[in-house]
Design a binder for this molecule. Structure first.
Ligand code: ADP
Length: 202
């Protein structure tokens, strides 16, 4: 298994921007959000388990997951969230492990908004927090998604507090300037991870 760096940060902190930069340096990035969508695609075992656990209403006419209906159900019945997570979390974890094992770069990045919350950091050797103030998070996320401030605040409130993530993460890059400023701070991290990966190999 390659040396794996877990990359996290709250909504709008700049995780995707940072991931894209690492990709531009030819580092393989596994995105936990993408994996979470892949494992519930039509034909996947996790979707069959969800169908069995919740019933026919959870599928659209075309056999794909009815995300909206499931989201509304979970919102009304919190215990259903546990049932869903018992199905999806192991499937996500297994798929992440598989994809990381196939990574053919000197090290690999696992990007996840809930790296610490879902214990996905256990799959990594090092963690990097992309950090930004709540004001910047709200500004960037609202510009990107067109969501209002209240919706973004709710998402921030549901994520691990910024301070706690700062305490847990091995490395922190503050993304409070231009994108070039972010890239300049990622460069020494990249060099450090290359050296750490090399050391692990030998
Ligand atoms: P996350 O993946 O953490 O939710 P993104 O990387 O998608 O956050 O960043 C949120 C939005 O803010 C995106 O549109 C992104 O291009 C923009 N953005 C991120 N960092 C900066 C920055 N330093 N300067 C300007 N815009 C930024």
């Amino acid at each position: 298994m390659a040396f794996v760096v877990g990359l996290t940060g709250g909504i709008g902190s700049g995780k995707s921007a940072a991931s894209a930069w690492f990709e531009s340096q030819c580092i393989v990035v596994v995105d936990a959000d993408i994996v979470a969508r892949e494992i519930v695609q039509k034909g996947q075992p996790a979707l069959k388990d969800i169908h069995q656990a919740f019933g026919d209403w959870v599928l659209q006419a075309d056999g794909e997951l009815n995300r909206r209906a499931l989201r509304e159900h979970i919102f009304k019945a919190p215990e259903a969230r546990k049932v869903l997570e018992q199905i999806t979390h192991p499937a996500i974890r297994n798929s992440i492990i598989q994809q990381l094992a196939q990574a053919d770069s000197p090290y690999a990045i696992l990007v996840s908004p809930l790296l610490f919350e879902t214990n996905q950091h256990e799959l990594t050797q090092r963690t990097l927090l992309i950090d930004a103030s709540e004001e910047l998070q709200i500004l960037r996320a609202s510009q990107r998604d067109g969501q209002n401030e209240e919706q973004i605040k709710k998402i921030i409130a549901a994520q691990m507090p910024r301070l706690r993530k700062q305490q847990i993460a091995d490395d922190i890059v503050l993304n409070d300037g231009h994108l070039d400023h972010l890239y300049q701070h990622l460069q020494p991290m990249h060099e450090k991870y290359l050296a750490m990966a090399l050391k692990k190999q030998s």
